[in-house]
Design a protein. Sequence first.
Length: 281
Amino acid sequence: MDSLAQTSFNNPVEIFCFFDELTKLLFPHLSCGVGRKRTLNVSEIATITVLRSRYGIVQLKQLHRLLCDKFSTEFELPCYKNFVETINTYTPELLLMIQLLLWVRNNDAGVIKLTDSTSIPVCKNIRIPSHKVMKRLATRSKSTMGWFYGLKLHVVTDEYGNLLKFMFTTGNVDDRKALDKFLDMLKNSLVIADAGYISKKLEKKARENNNMLITCMRNTMKKLSTPLHIFLLNKRINVEHLFSILKERFGLITSLPRSELGFLAHYVRTIFAYLFMPAIS
């Protein structure tokens, strides 16, 4: 992973070389399969995923056109239909690379952890009755920004807002249920959350793994806060900064995919690009 920080993400050849070395270690079985090989391999898909976010591209058709025009010598591209199928098929491999990087981050993370969730609408509210693609997974729910129809992204970060863990759920899942899952994976941590995570049950569970849960107070609650508590709770802005980057800069929210796999693959590619682009300012 140390070579990642030294990689120039303006050079597709260097990006490919890094991912090629990584995929040979993680997926040695892919090079010895039977049948006709795909035109693009995992390393090339990972490289294309980073390039997509590097150029701020949202649509896969626009990405395919860019690759054909500017990187035709670097990639042996199939037709657009096969390109979309291939880039979605390699989603599990990208997800495994994400988990590897997050495992390294978790080992180096400090004691303070931040947790929060954000809404991921799959369409505008006016189109909810006619939306069919994510009908099986998406649900209506209400956030601080109003009603939405879609999924939720739950995350755990360090005190600086660097992603450590994430989870996708349907839109109507209680944030405390996601935190309950996260607490099973956290030890010796100081977990900071907003008032939506207030729960005596979660506070007790946190103590079982030598964790401590600190949440904001609701307006109807009377409890004194120390300057240390206020200082820690103010760090929650770093999680909001993470959500802002994923949505506005990396295009996490979309309504363009035409299948459930397309939506989920888009979310994985977005997080993958966010994690593997540390050199871009």
